[in-house]
Design a protein around this ligand. Sequence first.
Ligand code: MCN
Length: 737
Amino acid sequence: MSALGNRVLRKEDTRFLTGKGLYVENLPLEDALNVTFVRSLFAHARIAGIDASAATALPNVQVLTGADVDVGPFGPPPLPGLERGMARPLVAKDVARFVGEIVAIVVTPDRTTGVDAAELVMVDYDPLPVVASATEAVKDETLLFPDVGTNVAGRSGSPEHDEKLFDGCEAVVSGTLVSQRMAACPLEPRSAAAVRGADGRLTVWVSSQTPHQDRFGIAGTLGLEPDQVRVVSPDVGGGFGAKQLSTEEILIAWLAMRLGRPVRWTETRSESMVALHHGRAQKLDFTLGGTRDGKVLAYRLGILADGGAYPVLGSFLPHLTALMSSAVYAIPRIEVEGCSVVTNTTPITSFRGAGRPEATQTIERALDMFAAEIGMDPVEVRRRNLIPNDTFPYKTASGAMYDSGDYERALDLVLDSAGYDELRAEQRRRREQGGPLELGIGVSCYIEISNPVAETEYGEVEITADGGAIARSGSRGHGQSHETTFAQIVSDRLGLPIEKISVHEGDTDEIAKGTGTYGSKSTQLGGSAVRLAADAVVEQAKTLAADLGCDLELDDAGWADLAERAAAAGRLGELKAVHEFQSPPTFPFGAHLAVVEVDVETGRVELKRLVAVDDCGTIVNPVIVEGQVHGGVATGVAQALWESFVYDEDGTPLTSTFVGYAFASAADMPPFEFVEMETPTPHNPLGAKGIGESGTMGATPAVQSAVIDALAPYGVRHIDMPVNGENVWRALQEAKA
Ligand code: MCN
């Protein structure tokens, strides 16, 4: 029986649960020097001088400043429309632009000395006016880069407005959705180490989602040829989109060359909170109009994205938000204008969902308001606007080409599984009884784009002398169970048990090419690549078997027999094949339903249920898919209810530890209820779409909507996220007033 589609338990668990995972921090590196970064305490300041004499008076302490660093700057990434004049110096030299920016490097034999020495580095700051929010930045009154002449780092959509956009609309609603700034908080913070070998080549170990891309980024910034750099990502303890190459890893590589010694660095948690790039941070103004019988005719979206101090991927994400603005709905007219600005805050990058949750959160909020305006059940409004099943491939008015879907079935499934009618009846009962605990019900429909920029991934399959197989992928899983998934896919083609297939990722010397793991694309691209490589191996094996005068049996014994004969004939190398797989984006989708209880006397919100229907095409492994949905939903719930990274008006972070940042824990979550659904994509041989980020899309609007729904009888029409006790209580007081 094929392992594909079955609840195969994770191969990697034994290693992790018995403490045998290998992380960058645990690498045994003889004589490695430790790096501690001195980081700016000011959000915007001129660096008037740096006095490192007290630090360097300690034995074996070296301090380097921006003046010593002869490489860089780094970024912005090569994406269309990003302002190139806003590149980040590896170490701030004249001006620091956010709290947490690197202003000096302390090199010591050990970490404790590094912490002490860093505190002795005296930086003389002349404070500059601070731009702490995107709404301030867009006024261009204080500029972060005076030479560029504006704070605008990128634009998307079109600035042109059609005066007639809302013609024919009987009801029009408008509002603002703030998708607040989030911190990625991977369990393993960032970590990097580097050594220059006797042959002059650099080996850089990085806790990364994208080792192959990092290799080009490091080589390019340091002025080296890519083949002079080897990047290795050993086990990676979570990334959530934020673990992309940044100044720290490049500096570690540069220091290994400059000092001629191995060097290493591991971020502390509080350092990670201000220095690892954040996510979301978009403000979305919306107007939606339609007929009184619930048909949506037009939608206008204005996106203002806070890109943080230096434009990285986050400044590009309004393009994805704009592309996905139509969601699962057939909306005839859509207008989007997006603008990304720089502010004196931590740079914004991708964070689980990356630009797409913002689109879903906004359209779902707009639909709830539209439903309230025309007096229709919010579920009915959604149903009346769903893109019909017989229209795929479907091109939206915002320019996306959807591959396949069955949005009404997802909606029906979630309503039936949750018992929507009974829930509404229970809500009515409670409202009539008039106690302090109100019930709220929120429903969201969502669509997601996985493999959003139509990429390629590399796969390789090789039969080993013992008749087992190695599958190599350019992906780099960091919690997504690729060792199990890719082994299942290869097992299905070769007929080998999954225990005999090892999956290798993360070493640019061993794996010829790769793009990495992000955009929930590894299964559809990386999985298809190893599948097609395995098919090629089978074809080659048949030819070889014929040459060697035997038959090929696609099972354990058959491969062992062939491998032995091939090795004896010196032809084992022929049992190896590579495949590079490229495809257009795919569009996973689903529907979520949240039930909350809100205490109207205190504002306290409790999530009682979350029912999730998530369709990621053909499922390779249902256990892992559930785990991925679980993680995504937890992140989505956390954005709706708790997490928010906050700055004061001086650009000082107020939430840079887990005391201030309400990082969600398992104890905060109810058991989630998952309902499977599979609508294959035509874009790859597996029929698979992505699942890694989907949960973040459906859960947030469902939960936010549920809380607002609970308070509808009190005249509350909107509450900004996080819809926590404080914001709920304030909304109730305002409504009463
Ligand atoms: N899968 C499946 N069938 C499908 C699709 C996926 O069985 N049709 C299963 C596979 O077992 C696969 C896993 O789901 O290994 C995830 O697959 P996929 O959706 O292709 O996503 P990626 O492997 O490309 O992972 C990226 C995605 C992203 S973008 C973020 S952010 C994210 C996420 O995955 N960060 C994570 N999940 C995470 N999970 C953990 N534990 N840690 C993170 O940092």
